[in-house]
Design a protein around this ligand. Structure first.
Ligand code: ATP
Ligand code: MG
Length: 229
């Protein structure tokens, strides 16, 4: 099956507790995201922001409630459709001990070398091409990446994947202000026709979002536009 072109997301009374934990990380959360909407998720550390994105990727199943994509429970989607529907830039990014090419092609096995190099340029990682080429070995036995480079590599992966739902967990964490500005511009351009959920600690760029939600203690405590909050 083809991935949908646009994606709406619904969380209905979702409660989720990690194994062996006493308190739920998400406590009866409901959220309606219309197709094409851009939402920023804020809240202090440990309030459940990453968990919310993780549940959408089906990394965990909630004990109560449902997550829907275009009205269908994600629990019922086949793995391939789920993967083609969303791109995730996780908070902790994994670098594989593999070539730069293979690290990039992870979510886009079809991508040509031209497309890979274009994604590297757009995310400001052309240095990796100046120092080597797509065959350069990364990770163990090869080049390690800085925190900011790793983050941009993950964004490059998401660009190549080109899914209609973008889930970004602090995509500009650890970037200097200039690079952050460029990446936020790039993300805004890329996400234009997409549905976007972005976790951030930064207040910069929030005016671009249709809605901002603030979480605390596994719940949504505030909800509104940039002007309203
Ligand atoms: P931060 O801003 O620091 O990234 P967050 O809002 O993303 O925080 P989560 O990572 O969603 O917070 O964590 C929510 C709660 O769940 C926290 O109390 C955390 O300790 C707990 N938690 C997160 N991941 C796990 C896990 N794999 N196993 C058990 N508990 C977890
Ligand atoms: Mg987090």
């Amino acid at each position: 099956t083809q991935p949908p072109e646009t994606v709406s997301v619904q969380l209905c009374d979702v409660t989720f507790r990690y194994p062996q934990q006493a308190h739920p990380a998400l406590n009866n959360i409901s959220l309606n995201v219309t197709a094409g909407e851009h939402i920023a998720i804020l809240g202090r550390t440990g309030c459940g922001k990453s968990t919310l994105l993780q549940l959408l990727t089906r990394a965990w199943d909630p004990q109560h409630g449902e997550l829907l994509i275009n009205g269908s429970p994600i629990a019922g989607l086949d793995e391939q459709t789920l993967r083609r529907t969303m791109s995730m830039v996780p908070q902790r990014i994994h670098l594989f001990s593999a070539t730069l090419r293979d690290n990039l092609r992870l979510a886009a096995p079809q991508a040509s070398d031209e497309q890979l190099m274009d994604a590297l340029r757009r995310t400001g990682l052309q240095k990796l091409l100046e120092d080597g080429d797509l065959n350069s070995w990364l990770g163990e036995g090869g080049r390690q990446l800085s925190g900011g480079e790793l983050r941009r590599l993950a964004i490059a992966r998401a660009l190549l994947h080109d899914a209609p739902l973008l889930l970004l967990d602090e995509p500009t964490e650890g970037l200097d202000a200039t690079t952050e500005g460029k990446i936020l511009d790039l993300l805004a351009e890329v996400a234009q026709q997409k549905t976007l959920l972005m976790v951030t600690h930064r207040l910069r760029g929030l005016a671009r979002f249709n809605r901002i939600i603030v979480m605390d203690n596994g719940q949504i405590i505030e909800h509104g536009s940039h002007a309203e909050l």
